[in-house]
Ligand binder design. Structure first.
Ligand code: ADP
Ligand code: ASP
Ligand code: MG
Length: 413
């Protein structure tokens, strides 16, 4: 008998039929004698609908009130799944984040989980009951409802698995595993049987939304056995999905590149003609950081005539705010010539632990993009990834070209 945490995403919970399908899958696992905690998302489209409704009323909705509202999608699906399970004869009980007590900090809209109270869940599990928990939500020390950021149900699932020391955390979604890139963009993308934790962390942080980055961080920190699977496979035809592994498989040669990630959610800002003197990066990025805006890539050009240009990228949602700070505070303060902004850019990245032992990957990547006439605006590298910023209109082309260049469409040898 094992303790298993399963998480079902929005598409998997998208209609009464699909919820019944989830209930049948849960029942099959239960029939094998396992204890089950099931974490669910809102029905697909529901969180977007709620956010749009809030923005219709208030362009910058109050963050606390937004969480009170957008957490309701998951409150609906936990109850529906509990009803479906009871209807097929199982014992089941639903819990909101606050009822479990998923304690978070008070950063509304992107709260972090601090602690999870196991008591209620353990009691139910011991009583042979399927525990159903609302993903994406928690409660802070003052009793305020919080949410964990878009895609946060993944993190709820892994955090519960960590707290309960579950034998496995299964993330059920609308694809049957982690692919070499988003199969919606490249139909030739291949499913990976396994992927190293490090690579998954990079892919998630660089935009592959199959797992929320914080869920992968949690899995790493608490060594949660994590698997991504499809909730759409028929009984008897299920595959093993993709296992996130903590050791590199040394018996097989690692592919140089394991996957291509992309992120549309980017914007670039450039401060033109700033005096080329010590402290200038701090003077520009200090006020940006003070306003809680995360900066991703940074480039300072070689100076000439005593001035230089300074560019950086931010999340597209923060573009307007960052530009305003540059124009109103930084430009007059540092004596810059002008501020330029571009919110039609994207980031495309190649990820692979095999890169460590293979030089020349970057030049291969740059040549492939050049041959398609795609101009690279910014570059950033680490031991296991190379990212470039390109014009958003080239996103799909760049992803397809890189997928082919690194032969990700070919089955591994
Ligand atoms: P859920 O609602 O189940 O949480 P998401 O839409 O958040 O599902 O995540 C699944 C989606 O992630 C897939 O439908 C796919 O389009 C996208 N995706 C992006 N990159 C990848 C990848 N490398 N492998 C698999 N899916 C990916
Ligand atoms: N319902 C939330 C969202 O759409 C959380 C999730 O699906 O993981 O972002
Ligand atoms: Mg998701």
């Amino acid at each position: 008998m094992a303790l298993i945490v399963q998480k079902y995403g929005g598409t998997s919970m998208g209609s009464p039929d699909r919820i019944r399908n989830v209930a049948r899958r849960v029942a099959r696992w239960k029939a094998q004698g396992h204890q089950l905690v099931v974490v669910v998302s809102a029905m697909s489209g529901e969180t977007n609908r709620l956010i749009a409704l809030a923005k219709d009323l208030s362009p910058q909705p109050d963050p606390r009130e937004l969480d009170v509202m957008i957490s309701t999608g998951e409150q609906v699906t936990i109850a529906l799944l509990a009803m479906a399970l009871k209807d097929i004869g199982l014992k089941a009980k639903s819990y909101t984040g606050a009822q479990v007590k998923v304690l978070t900090d008070s950063t509304f809209n992107k709260a972090r989980i601090l602690d999870i109270d196991e008591a209620n869940m353990r009691r139910d599990l011991d009583d042979d009951t399927v525990v159903i928990v609302a993903g994406f939500q928690g409660v802070d020390e003052h009793g305020n409802i919080t949410t964990l950021g878009r895609g946060g149900s993944d993190t709820s699932g892994v955090a519960l698995a960590a707290a309960l020391k579950a034998d496995e955390c299964q993330i059920y979604t609308d694809v049957d595993g982690v692919y070499t890139t988003d199969p919606r963009i490249v139909p030739e993308a291949r499913k990976l049987e396994r992927i190293t934790f490090e690579e998954m962390l990079e892919l998630a942080s660089l935009g592959s939304k199959v797992l929320q980055i914080r869920s992968v961080e949690f899995a790493g920190k608490y060594q949660v056995k994590l698997r991504v699977l499809s909730s759409f496979e028929e009984e008897g035809k299920e595959t093993n999905g993709t296992l996130i592994t903590f050791e590199e498989d040394t018996t097989m040669e690692q592919p140089i590149i394991s996957g291509i990630a992309f992120n549309r959610d980017e914007a670039k800002l450039t401060v033109l003609g700033v005096p080329d003197r010590p402290g200038i990066a701090y003077q520009i990025l200090g006020p940006i950081a003070d306003s809680n805006i995360d900066v991703d890539m940074i480039i300072q050009n070689v100076g000439h005539d005593g001035t230089t240009d300074f560019s950086f990228t931010v999340n597209r949602g923060e573009f307007a705010r960052a530009k305003k700070i540059l124009e109103e505070q930084i430009k007059p303060h540092v004596g810059a010539r002008a501020i330029e902004g571009d919110n039609k850019i994207c980031k495309v990245s190649a990820v692979g632990v095999g890169m460590r032992s293979h030089p020349g990957v970057a030049s291969q990547m740059f040549r492939a993009l050049a041959e398609e006439g795609i101009n690279i605006q910014m570059i950033s590298t680490s031991e296991i990834k190379i990212s470039v910023v390109v014009d958003e209109k080239y996103l799909e082309l760049a992803v397809r070209v890189l997928h082919k260049t690194f032969e990700l469409d070919q089955a591994a040898a």
